[in-house]
Design a protein around this ligand. Structure first.
Ligand code: ZN
Length: 490
């Protein structure tokens, strides 16, 4: 009998068929035993685990989805390790529960869009009590389970400090999102010319490897022709505002970049993001920021300006689409002039009305970042699998929203989210289509997942998703699939 047939007949074990991979005299696979997924091998596969039988005359070992085994799998099956994505049209799919990757793969496979399957910020890792190693391991296991050989990236998102770079570099991340947002001076937009002039003189020019005179010589009263015909004209007020607003961010980004380049023992790629600031990035400021980063030797594959309008978590774009299109066209012209690099859309989930605009104007030079929307799809699946658990999470989230919303840009009103007792079982899942319920459930994920050390909601939530993993994957495939459909160019 063939090896795969013998594996199928092992007692109490159900092999994920798509995972079965033979290489170098060993066969690797993932399999369910009870509610848990394990990694297995037949033959000399190098995995730690227990011997559970024989297949085609070879010993079969089944082991835990731990870091040691993940390292073995990445070594033997290189396509389960993260790689560089370059300028390919791409989507970042954050997975806060560690179970979403198979659903993400099913959505993205065959679309031609490259994917990041491991993506989390240090802030989110803290909120979900996960380590950088775990984030990558979960992507590895998902890629093995689905037999996904197209490759994927690993994004260490929103890095703010050098030690964040160290931790994620050591864990094997390939894509580093430098976030100098804390060094963007949002007050610059409202400052008088005089105040800007004073603030300009106090900039840390040494950190910029420049001087006030140098900066003026480079930009003041100059017009920069843009690819495609437009131009950026920088007058005195424009220069002062751009330098005061983004000067510190330029210096911090360059320092973080040098730190990363100095420590990296392999090729890595970089994104620069200033999306989490109060005021939008004007095209002129984008030009100044990117030109200064280039001057300081920073290389990046994507950049996330702060766009006009509101990119609230888990819901569609709020604002004028015409204004967004006009502004994006200018950002794209700057990108084509100083790049090319990808325009990165953060808080990018569920912005269905803007995807066609971005795909069209950038000609596919776009990266879309999503994360919380997959958590919401997990909740949608749980609403059907275990309505009682979903009800408890809903009421807990309603109680937490007032506190947890503080660090997010959201406008939902908790009074418009019904108490669990007022909703029939059959209507629970539909809450995931409601603006207010989505935001309330979205921003409370950290509190939900860490309540009572995870025993209150996280463990039962993971248990429910393991009980019916296909329902979870189907919800993800459908919802992320809608995003990818919007990104397709027509
Ligand atoms: Zn972001």
């Amino acid at each position: 009998m063939a090896l795969i047939d013998d594996l199928r007949s092992l007692n109490g074990i159900r092999v994920h068929e798509a995972s079965f991979t033979e290489v170098g005299g060993a066969a690797y696979f993932t399999a369910r035993r009870g509610l848990d997924t394990h990694v297995g091998c037949a033959g000399d596969g190098g995995l730690a685990g227990e011997r559970v039988g024989q297949a085609a005359g070879r010993p079969v070992v089944l082991g835990p989805l731990g870091h040691g085994n993940a390292t073995v799998i990445r070594d033997r099956l290189p396509w389960t390790a993260p790689r560089l994505l370059g300028l390919a049209t791409s989507i970042g799919l954050g997975d806060r529960l560690g179970l979403a990757t198979p659903g993400h793969i099913r959505a993205v496979r065959g679309t031609g869009v490259a994917c990041v399957l491991a993506q989390q910020s240090i802030r989110e890792m803290t909120r979900t009590q996960r380590t950088p190693e775990e984030i990558i391991d979960c992507a590895t296991w998902g890629a093995l389970q689905e037999g996904f050989r197209d490759g994927f990236g690993a994004d260490a998102d929103h890095l703010q400090r050098p030690e964040d770079v160290d931790a994620t570099l050591a864990a094997g991340f390939t894509f580093f999102t430098i976030d100098p947002g804390a060094h963007v001076n949002d007050d610059a937009d409202g400052m008088s010319l005089e105040a800007l002039g004073k603030a300009f003189e106090t900039l840390d020019f040494a950190a910029l490897d420049s001087s006030a005179d140098d900066l003026k010589a480079r930009y003041l009263d100059r017009r920069f022709a843009l690819s495609g015909g437009g131009e950026v004209a920088i007058g005195a007020a424009d220069l002062l505002r751009a330098a005061v607003k983004y000067g510190g961010a330029v210096a911090h980004t360059a320092a973080m970049y040098r730190h990363l380049s100095g420590k990296a023992d392999r090729q890595v790629e970089v994104e620069v993001s200033v999306d989490e600031t109060e005021s939008p990035t004007s095209p002129g400021e984008h030009y100044f920021f990117a030109a200064e980063l280039k001057r300081l030797g920073v290389h990046w594959v994507s950049m996330a300006p702060r766009f006009v309008g509101r990119f609230e978590k888990g819901v569609d774009y709020i604002g004028s689409l015409d204004e967004f299109r006009q502004s994006l066209a200018q950002h794209v012209a700057v990108m084509r002039t100083l790049g090319p690099y990808k325009i990165s859309i953060h808080s990018g989930s569920d912005k269905f009305s803007v995807y066609p605009i971005v795909a069209d104007l950038t000609s596919g030079l776009m990266h879309l970042k999503t994360a919380g929307t997959s958590y919401l799809e997990a909740l949608r699946a749980v609403a059907a699998i275990d309505p009682g658990l979903f009800r408890q999470i809903l009421d807990f989230a309603r109680g937490r929203y007032g506190t947890d919303r503080a660090t997010y840009h959201v406008s939902a009103e908790v009074s418009r989210v019904p108490a669990a007792s007022d909703v029939a079982d059959n209507d629970l899942a539909a809450l995931l289509d409601d603006f207010h319920a989505r935001e309330v459930l979205h921003v409370t994920f950290g509190s939900v997942l860490t309540a009572d050390g995870g025993s209150r909601f996280r463990d039962p939530l993971l248990g429910a998703l393991r009980r019916d993993e296909e329902a979870h994957y189907a919800a993800l495939e459908r919802h992320i699939g809608r995003h990818l459909a919007g990104m397709a160019r027509h």
